[in-house]
Design a binder for this molecule. Structure first.
Ligand code: 6PG
Length: 245
């Protein structure tokens, strides 16, 4: 059963999300000696990343035991203003001086997105020591929600939605006239903890369709961890159309 947490505004939501991140990380480190996290991009989590890098939170996690991945990426140069890696690098990695070997970014310098996805998939397989057909188990899969119901770069009507035998794929998103790079549902649903971070009035309608109506036509509604926990961390603006809070 998904667990909903509603906070008064984006600032309180980001603070709660930082506390959630710290407790999830420290539980994983205590249990297994490391914390593997797949980060989300977009604008919502930026405040969370800044908080984690702040004096208030920075010393609450043993960062050398944290291994960072990205649930999706735009197929743009790593220094592009559209790059999820660049956003996280500026808000979290650089301020915390995270070692390069702890950061697994999508290498968008490949000539084509399929090669970039294949490279990322190989690096994930190597890191987790996966056998053929196995999927990684991320300790935390941090996700955002688009107002069209997409999550990661799993957009409505795109081919990646139906991929069940890959970890990472390139996905042509016609509405954006662009290729995106994304982890697939088998990976997302294999996570120990999947947590959506959703803020703002613009997400109220789509959130209600997912939470109240379980609208199965929306990609984010397909996030149902097989054995892990599902959390919705939302603010009152995003929750404003919900019946069930
Ligand atoms: C991306 C994200 C994407 C994002 C949603 C919400 O690459 O943009 O991974 O899935 O989480 O689009 O974006 P906002 O937080 O900007 O609303």
């Amino acid at each position: 059963m998904p667990k909903l947490t509603v906070k008064a505004n984006q600032s309180e939501l980001s603070r709660y999300a930082a506390e959630f991140f710290v407790s999830t990380a420290n539980r994983a480190i205590d249990d297994g000696g490391r914390f593997t996290v797949s980060l989300s991009g977009g604008s919502t989590p930026k405040a969370l990343y800044g908080l984690l890098a702040s004096d208030e939170f920075a010393d609450q996690i043993e960062w050398p035991k944290v291994f960072f991945f990205f649930g999706d990426e735009r197929f743009v140069p790593a220094d592009s203003s559209d790059s999820n890696f660049r956003m996280v690098n500026e808000s979290l990695f650089r301020p915390l001086r995270v070692a390069e070997q702890n950061i697994f970014r999508w290498k968008t310098e490949f000539d084509n997105p399929d090669d970039a996805a294949a490279d990322y998939e190989t690096r994930i397989i190597d890191f987790f020591g996966l056998a053929s057909g196995e999927f990684p188990i991320f300790d935390l899969m941090l996700l955002g929600l688009g107002d069209d119901g997409h999550t990661a770069s799993l957009f409505p009507g795109t081919r990646a939605l139906s991929v069940t035998d890959r970890i990472a794929v390139a996905n042509c998103v016609e509405k954006l006239d662009a290729f995106r790079l994304t982890m697939t549902f088998p990976v997302i649903n294999n996570s120990s903890v999947a947590a959506f971070l959703v803020s703002g009035e613009s997400k109220a309608d789509v959130l209600a369709r997912i939470i109240d109506e379980q609208a199965t036509d929306l990609p984010a509604a397909q996030v149902r961890p097989t054995s892990g926990d599902l959390h919705w961390l939302i603010d009152t603006s995003a929750a404003s159309n919900l019946q069930s809070t």
